[in-house]
Design a protein around this ligand. Sequence first.
Ligand SMILES: C[S@@+](CC[C@H](N)C(=O)[O-])C[C@H]1O[C@@H](n2cnc3c(N)ncnc32)[C@H](O)[C@@H]1O
Length: 198
Amino acid sequence: MSRWTAERKKDYYYKEAKKHGYRARSAFKLIQINKRYGVLKKGGIVIDLGSSPGGWSQIASRYASKVIAVDTQPMQPIEKVVFIQGDITDEETVEKIKEKVEKVDVVISDASPNISGHYTLDQAKSVWLCQNALKIAKEFLREGGNFICKIFEGEDYPEFLQEVKKYFRMVKPHTPKASRKKSSEIYIVAKGFKGKRD
Ligand SMILES: C[S@@+](CC[C@H](N)C(=O)[O-])C[C@H]1O[C@@H](n2cnc3c(N)ncnc32)[C@H](O)[C@@H]1O
């Protein structure tokens, strides 16, 4: 057994995820964010970006009437979840989302780049994914809608945070307890979309 596998098996949230039948330990991050900020709405429509293997979609589908999940990697079916295999930075993927929904209540993004080990590069890729997640949020959110986006802390982070603040009434950077201690990820939680402005 590799050290990584051994460490993972000892991890509290990994064990909890197995126990609850969640596909990823990250499900607990969304549970914790939602408990604190009440982002998910009963009966609404959710777009879940960077969705595979499906932990966030499992949680979102408990609240939503429909979830549109998008990832470059395949995902096993979940009830109420429509999966689109595609790259969120690709216009073609946005067109595919348009074929499924017009307006939605919540956009959540846990998308992260493959880690290269070069932090500056990985951070830049994370910001690029966030910029595309925000673009999708602006395109599809109803006024008053909510947005969550994972970003790696670093040079471009403050500017992106300011950008999100232009479009939402309440914006808070948050690190849920389920994030690993060593991780530099932050979740930007934004509520109350002000409407499309550009
Ligand atoms: C941390 S995982 C998401 C875990 C998921 N939230 C869950 O609970 O199961 C990050 C995901 O982002 C996806 N991703 C990275 N870049 C992407 C892109 N450009 N378009 C779509 N998905 C992307 C990866 O394939 C990966 O599945």
